[in-house]
Design a protein. Structure first.
Length: 191
């Protein structure tokens, strides 16, 4: 049996393929259960006992992105166990195929996490809107809407920046070096 499991196919043992397939299949089968458990934990963190909890609305908003996030994470973990076969080690316009696949995986993982964060922002703003609707003043309603939209845009911008950094390798912290002036009024830079 060990001989069969240790047999190499495309630079990986059959055992490695079976373990990776088992991880993906197990998460695919139990992802709804995993998502509901994770959603329950998230709900516990963002709500307290004094506020009403709209379970159906929360699940409608959060379960789909959470399902995708968990499935993509399991796929990345499972594929990380395998080595890239020599057959697939080629380049496409100066980029290795392996690097392209990893970048796509990281991009989808980050995108699903950003989607999840945006859905949680929508749910929390829904709770705040319900509370703001109890007051006679409508400025708090508008303020909740403003901050909801502001946070959603901020999360999407941060998500795009994270994709640029972790998928495409852009160094976002680079600021062009400018010469520092000596302060003597001559305009001569000090290096």
């Amino acid at each position: 049996m060990n001989e069969v499991l240790n047999q190499m196919i495309l630079d990986n043992s059959l055992r490695s393929y079976l373990i990776s397939a088992g991880i993906i299949l197990g998460v695919a089968i139990f992802r709804r259960l995993l998502s509901k458990g994770a959603a329950w934990l998230i709900a516990k963190m963002i709500t307290n006992k004094n506020r009403p909890f709209d379970r159906k609305r929360f699940h409608d908003l959060v379960l789909a992105p959470l399902d995708l996030f968990i499935l993509v994470l399991a796929f990345i973990i499972a594929m990380h166990r395998l080595t890239m076969p020599e057959l697939l080690k080629f380049t496409i316009y100066k980029a290795a195929f392996h690097d392209i696949i990893e970048a796509i995986g990281r991009g989808v993982l980050i995108g699903s996490f950003v989607w999840l964060c945006n859905r949680m922002i929508i749910y929390v703003s829904h709770l705040l809107q319900q509370k703001a609707a109890l007051t006679a003043d409508r400025t708090d309603d508008q303020l909740v809407m403003f901050f909801r939209d502001f946070l959603k845009v901020l999360v999407w911008i941060l998500g795009v920046l994270m994709i640029l950094k972790f998928s495409f390798g852009f160094n976002l912290s680079n600021v062009p070096n400018r010469p520092q002036h000596c302060g003597c009024g001559t305009g001569i830079g000090v290096s």
